[in-house]
Write a protein that binds this ligand. Structure first.
Ligand code: SF4
Length: 81
C-alpha cells in the first residue's frame, strides 16, 4: 500500500489477530444507533487489493461508497418528494 486514501468516507483500517477490517462512514444518518460500516477481510492481502483498487484510487466505484454517497444526495434534495 503506501498510497494516500482518497475516499472521503474512510475512517480507519485495523488488524487484530484474524480481524482485518476497514471502517467507513455509516450508510444512513439518524438511525437511532451509533453504528459504522465495517468491512471484514479474510486476509491482509485481500484488504490490500481492495484498498488499492477502491479506497486509494477508484473509490467512486466502491459499492459502499455508492451507498454512503446516496445519503448526501438525498439530503441535498431536502424534503422533495
Ligand atoms: S472506498 Fe469504499 S471501502 Fe474504501 S473507505 Fe471508501 S467506502 Fe470504505
Amino acid at each position: 500500500m503506501g498510497e494516500t486514501i482518497k475516499c472521503p468516507f474512510y475512517i480507519s483500517h485495523n488488524q487484530k489477530q484474524r480481524n482485518v477490517t476497514i471502517l467507513c462512514e455509516n450508510i444512513e444518518n439518524n438511525m437511532g444507533f451509533e453504528v459504522k460500516n465495517m468491512l471484514w477481510f479474510n486476509s491482509l492481502e485481500e484488504r490490500k487489493d481492495w484498498m488499492e483498487l477502491f479506497c486509494e484510487d477508484r473509490y467512486k466505484e466502491c459499492p459502499y461508497y455508492k451507498t454512503v454517497y446516496k445519503k448526501y444526495k438525498e439530503r441535498k434534495h431536502g424534503n422533495c418528494k
